[in-house]
Design a protein around this ligand. Structure first.
Ligand code: SF4
Ligand code: SF4
Length: 427
């Protein structure tokens, strides 16, 4: 005869072993984000980085496009787009960034995992155990901190430049100092602060209170489920931030879902579903809670700005040309009445390839070619190069005031254009 009590116990164990946990998904996601951050500086499109801020020529490399400081409007749209998407992400998913993607959380998790793998135990945010094990953990943490510092520098220096300079001892003192400073900060953060950064220092966490909406994704123990709580405190013990989700929304919660997993495991042993869950807005509203004015407005603005950025990047001219009368040489009259006008031109190659080009000028009204002398032909510009050129424009005698259009051309197209007003004896 079968024992009913044993049957219940077996079914409970079976359900406990089949409980669906978010932990493995969170760790996979953290892994993907970490690998992306680590390897993004190595990626290139048309020999241009995927994301890099170049101080040497004041430009940002962004997925194969180069945004220069002269193109301030592009940098502005780029920064605004990033900010809007970050705000939108927060409005929709609360602190999911903190719990599932933020490098600070990932490094904290990694540090604690390493400590446990080394057989140390974590008490009051400190690892205790044999001295050699603790020393080993410190050495690994130091290596990790140096890796983080180096990785961050790769967002400012191309990898080939960085590694060549590092291994030959030629890394600029500012770059080396920055690397060591970041490594020291990461080491101190991991060994002393970790979750305290998220709880007490991170401005993003504080900023959140202003952003979250009624529809924002959050973790909670719904009122209707409270009577089922067996007060086992597993959710509190699992929480890296040391909070009790049963007390309702708290600013320190990083939406990591550890309490949810802990509760599911406990309740599965009783053959019941967990009590804690992720909810958009109030329980039962689902994603429809996101259909509110603030979220839709922000989504519209973010999408609109990204489209604008895409169009602006793909329609910008490949070069620029600025022309003006020289302030160092006054125009001069020749014996035949023609006038020599001394000009300066500033040309800039905005592309990632070398450009061979020349400057031409036309009378804006008659469309006749205008005679130029000086540095107007066989101009070869390296990628991103800015160059000042000097040339002379010859005005016919008795030309009066006239408008001239200047063109920077290559064999296939007009790369850029500019214009100037020529007046008799102008200087
Ligand atoms: S309350 Fe839950 S989701 Fe929030 S930080 Fe603690 S364990 Fe993570
Ligand atoms: S883990 Fe679940 S059952 Fe246990 S105290 Fe927390 S909410 Fe209650």
């Amino acid at each position: 005869m079968k024992c009913p009590a044993r049957k219940v116990s077996m079914s409970q164990n079976l359900s406990a072993s089949h409980v669906r946990l978010l932990g493995p998904w969170r760790r996979r996601w953290q892994g993907i984000v970490t690998l992306t951050i680590l390897f993004l500086p190595f990626g290139q499109i048309n020999q241009v980085g995927l994301l890099r801020l170049n101080f040497s020529n004041l430009s940002i490399e962004f997925f194969g496009a180069v945004l220069r400081i002269e193109e301030l409007y592009l940098l502005l749209i780029f920064s605004l787009t990033l900010i809007l998407f970050f705000l939108l992400g927060t409005l929709v998913s609360g602190r999911v960034w903190c719990g599932w993607m933020c490098p600070q959380t990932t490094l904290g998790d990694l540090y604690e995992w390493l400590g446990r793998r080394l057989g140390l135990s974590l008490t009051n945010n400190r690892f205790t155990g044999k001295a050699w094990r603790r020393l080993l953990l410190h050495l690994i943490t130091l290596a990790l901190a140096l890796l983080v510092g180096s990785n961050l520098l790769l967002y400012f220096l191309a990898p080939q430049t960085f590694f060549a300079q590092l291994f030959t001892g030629q890394l600029h003192p500012v770059a080396l100092g920055t690397l060591l400073l970041i490594a020291a900060a990461v080491y101190f953060d991991l060994t002393w602060l970790r979750r305290a950064i998220c709880r007490d220092f991170c401005p993003y966490g504080r900023f959140q209170t202003v952003l979250i909406e009624r529809g924002t994704l959050s973790l909670s123990l719904p009122t209707a489920e409270k009577p089922r709580c067996i007060q086992c405190n597993s959710c509190v013990r699992a929480c890296p931030m040391g909070i009790d989700i049963r007390q309702g929304d708290q600013i320190e919660c990083i939406n990591c879902g550890r309490c949810l997993d802990a509760c599911r495991q406990v309740m599965a042993k009783r053959g019941e579903p967990g009590l804690i869950g992720y909810h958009f807005g109030s329980v039962g509203q689902s994603w429809r809670a996101l259909l509110n004015f603030r979220t839709l407005l922000l989504a519209g603005l973010a999408i609109g700005l990204s489209l604008l950025l895409f169009v602006a990047i793909h329609t910008k001219s490949p070069a620029t040309l600025k022309v003006s009368l020289s302030h160092q040489a006054a125009s001069r009259q020749l014996a035949n009445g023609d006038q020599l006008n001394f000009f300066n031109a500033w040309v800039n190659n905005r592309t990632t390839k070398e450009i061979s080009c020349w400057i031409e000028a036309k009378d804006a009204q008659s469309r006749q070619n205008v005679q130029l002398k000086g540095q107007t032909h066989d101009i070869s510009l390296k990628p991103g190069e800015n160059r000042k050129l000097d040339f002379i424009l010859i005005s016919p005698a008795n030309a009066g005031s006239w408008q001239v259009e200047f063109y920077l051309k290559n064999s296939t197209e007009i790369l850029a254009q500019s214009q100037a007003l020529i007046t008799p004896n102008s200087d």
